[in-house]
Design a protein around this ligand. Structure first.
Ligand code: PGA
Length: 253
């Protein structure tokens, strides 16, 4: 059984006080998570230490950064390195979210470097991929996603690859309230697994956790997570509401 994950991507939301409250509410829910599943809070940088200490005694809960710089250190004002994240015991880092690709011009090559710096620092990347609407309308989504996977991940050894979580997030479904249908999600997840099978092996393709992201809510999490190749979700908007997010956690297989 692959690891099932509900990851909350808070993006640039919440004051410190709101963040503490939201974390407390979710942690106090005492949802009975199935064996091997994990809940991850991708919180803004200033809250990482606080969030990590909140989850310290909770074996199924972890914290993620939302980004890191590709270089080890240096004159990059305002940036945060993977080594810094490691030094405060952060377990995961989102890499290549479509908002970073679009607003901060992150390229597949740059993301390959970010993946490397995470792995060197024992941080598990949550690698995001997914197509914009015009590519989906042209029916070219598989090519698009395959290129993202190949250009950012295919240099990794099978051992390194085992530390990656993939998040498929069709851009047209992010923050739009428009969710991919279960058929669209399952089809793309199965395709991603086929790319991994071709490049690596069937064994590896079977163990990689692939999350779906894009308007996951309490009302659609059950049917999305029930898809054979969907191993949970990367949740934006709905993760800012404790009640909603708790329902999504309950939907994990
Ligand atoms: P959304 O965001 O759930 O608000 O669509 C998902 C994401 O961007 O990770």
């Amino acid at each position: 059984m692959r690891k099932q994950i509900a990851a909350a991507n808070w993006k640039m939301n919440c004051t410190y006080q709101q963040a503490e409250k939201l974390l407390d509410e979710v942690l106090q829910s005492e949802v009975n998570l199935s064996y091997g599943s994990e809940v991850i809070f991708a919180v803004p940088f200033p809250y990482l230490i606080m969030a990590n200490s909140e989850v310290a005694d909770e074996p199924n809960f972890s914290v993620a950064a939302q980004n890191c710089h590709q270089k080890k250190s240096g004159a990059f004002t305002g940036e945060v390195s993977a080594e810094m994240l490691k030094s405060i015991s952060i377990k995961y880092c989102i890499i290549g979210h479509s908002e970073r690709r679009e607003y901060f011009f992150e390229t597949n090559k740059m993301l390959a470097d970010k993946i490397n710096t995470c792995l060197e620092n024992e941080i598990n990347p949550i690698f995001c991929c997914g197509e914009p609407l015009n590519i989906r309308e042209a029916g070219k989504q598989n090519n698009h996603v395959e290129t993202q996977l190949i250009e950012s991940l295919s240099h990794l050894s099978p051992q390194q690859m085992e530390n990656i979580v993939i998040a498929y997030e069709p851009i047209w479904a992010i923050g739009t309230g428009k969710t991919a249908t279960t058929e669209q999600a399952q089809e793309m997840h199965a395709f991603i697994r086929s790319v991994l099978r071709k490049k690596y092996s069937s064994e590896l393709a079977e163990v990689i956790t692939i999350l779906y992201g894009g308007s996951v809510k309490a009302t659609n999490a059950n049917e999305l997570f029930a898809c054979a190749d969907v191993d949970g979700g990367l949740v934006g908007g709905a993760s800012l509401n404790a009640k909603e997010f708790i329902e999504i956690m309950k939907a994990l297989k």
